[in-house]
Design a binder for this molecule. Sequence first.
Ligand code: PMP
Length: 292
Amino acid sequence: YFNSNTLVYLDGEFVKAADASCSVYAQSLHYGYSVFEGIRAYKTPDGTRIFKAEEHYERLHFSCRAVGLPLKYSVAELTQLTYQLLEMNNLQDAYIRPLVYAATPNMSLTAPQESNLMVAAWEWGKYLGDRTLRVMVSPYERPNPKSVPVEAKVSGHYVNSTIACSDAKAKGYDEALLLDMNGFVAEGPGSNFFYEKDGELYTAPPGSILRGITRNTVIELAREAGITVHEKFFTPEVLQEADAAFLTGTAAEVVGVQSINAHVFKKPFEESIGALLGRRYSALVTGGLVPC
Ligand code: PMP
């Protein structure tokens, strides 16, 4: 993620990543009480462009409000300092990780008066790789939205993601698929899930999922291509009859699912709607021509 020259943005200045540190008494470290974003910048014919910077930084503000963390930077300021960070690190294609946290030594369970902001960036290939994934329906559910604001990107929620993902890998799969508290398919540990059936797409509605920005983009791209997208609840059983499936996320982009619980989908991913949308997504983010 960093070398001896890498700079990160930390509370108003650009500092060497190796020198950026945090107290072991920091409130966020003890209680998972921080929020973050995952953003990508791409090299385009017009230079490096952060894809949907405004949506990501609006969601960072939403996440802060959801847990009561103050954030004193506007969306425009956040966007500007991120471009500066990319330039200072000579990055063109990059993954960007802003983190809002409470670094002050504090063992209380009350929201802090002030927060800290760190933004890092590094070159990162597709998070889940390019191959199609063998996915397992996880025994771990997404958190109950009555317990925590699951639509916010809160660090502590990723304990759920990490144990679900590690469990799937320990059982020989590539990735987990988590259900919501009612047994409906919700999402992956760090991605949203879609399946294809008879030329149409299905994905979970908001409620127990992170409203993925890639999910929204893919829905728009599908509708532009005349493909119907249903946002509705479904159980994992319906996936037995599905034609194909894929995951979406800023880090993962669009990645095919080969099988669920070892049941292989009928259609090879390369021939599926997901593959078509994946190509259109790549063209969109890199500012290239949209292939048909
Ligand atoms: N769900 C979860 C739990 C995630 O962590 C992510 C990644 N941010 C997503 C969905 C996809 O969201 P996005 O497309 O905005 O990256």
